[in-house]
Design a protein around this ligand. Structure first.
Ligand code: UT7
Length: 333
């Protein structure tokens, strides 16, 4: 009989820029206030790159370096890298290529995956599939976004929400029943106008006109996204519960995408998972798009024990959304 392999998370790394952008800083930039931002989103501050020469790959490389250091592994040992990002360094040349070069991953091939805020979850399943198929012993999956590159700091509807950051996990082959177990994902392009960067791609190449009309920045219909996020995350989590015969009380940790504390709380309530089992770091980093979930795993890794049952869930532009069932594994190092 063919050996069944699973993909276990065995090491993590995270990085956020040192530069802090507080709600009080934003009060000086747009018509907003700390009270509104905290009450409506749960965000107190976010980290923003303040050096024009730092790109998404640089955030990702810092996370990978921390991961390799913790794992006590050399960069040459890595076989594959998947970078989830919607703020790639370039339109052409994958961010994964730049990460492989800068981090010295000389034996790895790399590819980008863009599913906005769901990017990390999708990439985690892609990476896990390579390992489950038996051909790969390890894959690094990164979620990294320099959102400040596509934010209009004159638009209070979006500039208060987003931050920059990167998180990375090492997936390794195991024959134990641990790691990435299952997922339910959905993608529906009919939601694309609700949360989008209109220009800069082949549909609407960048021009003086697109820049003048601020089409190279994120725009969103917050209320529509808010409602769809709660519905979509809750529904896919419930499907994962059903497929895996899980009850809310079996779940040790819910690690949701960090877009809005009210969304996180609503999903937790609907799933009947109490707040002390729900991981939150949005207050410190804001929404770092593809980086929120790996940053949260990295931030709280000391709270997790091998064997813990975890549900990761995300919703983002596209629309793209879903939930992943993960069993926490023993970490290297
Ligand atoms: O990660 C991918 C997915 N993204 C999301 O999940 C984001 C989902 N959406 C949200 O998180 C929320 O919709 C927002 C935080 C974006 C907005 O919160 P809201 O509770 O939906 O507010 P709203 O858009 O309904 O606006 C309420 C009021 C409006 O004023 P009026 O019309 O009631 O007078 C807005 O103009 O708040 C006003 N407002 C603000 N006030 C102070 C909107 N933005 C701000 C602001 N500061 N930054």
């Amino acid at each position: 009989m063919r050996t069944r392999y699973n993909a276990a998370i065995t090491a993590l790394g995270g990085y956020v820029p040192e530069n802090v952008l507080t709600n009080h800083d934003l009060e000086k930039m747009v018509d907003t206030n700390d009270e509104w931002i905290v009450a409506r989103t749960g965000i107190k501050e976010r980290r923003i790159v303040n050096d024009a020469h730092i790109a998404t790959s640089d955030l990702a490389v810092k996370a990978v370096e921390r991961l390799l250091n913790d794992a006590k592994m050399s960069p040459e040992a890595i076989e594959c890298v998947i970078v989830a990002t919607s703020t790639p360094d370039y339109i052409m040349v994958s961010t994964a290529s730049v990460v492989c070069e800068k981090a010295g991953l000389v034996n790895a091939w790399g590819v980008d995956s863009n599913a906005a805020c769901s990017g990390f979850l999708y990439a985690l399943t892609l990476g896990a599939s390579l390992i489950e198929g038996g051909r790969y012993k390890n894959v690094i999956v990164i979620g990294a976004d320099k959102n400040s590159a596509i934010i209009n700091y004159e638009d209070r509807n979006t500039c208060i929400l987003f931050g920059d950051g990167a998180g990375a996990v090492l997936l390794e082959q195991t024959t134990e029943h641990t790691g990435v177990i299952d997922n339910v994902f959905r993608t529906d392009g009919s939601g694309k106008e609700q949360l989008i960067v209109q220009a800069g791609g082949s549909m609407n190449p960048s021009s003086i006109e697109t820049v003048t009309n601020k089409l190279n920045y994120i725009s969103q219909n917050g209320r529509v996204v808010f409602k769809a996020a709660i519905e979509g995350m809750t529904q896919t989590c419930n499907e994962v519960f059903e497929r895996n015969d899980l009850k809310s009380s079996d779940v040790n940790w819910l690690v949701p995408h960090q877009a809005n504390l009210r969304i996180i709380q609503a999903v937790g309530e609907k799933l009947d998972i109490s707040t002390d089992h729900v991981k939150v770091n949005i207050d410190r980093y804001g929404n770092t798009t593809a980086a929120t979930i790996p940053l949260c795993l990295w931030d709280y890794k000391n709270d997790f024990k091998a064997g813990d049952k975890m549900i990761l869930t995300a919703f983002g532009a596209g629309f793209s959304w879903g939930a992943t069932y993960l069993i926490w594994s023993k970490l290297r190092g």
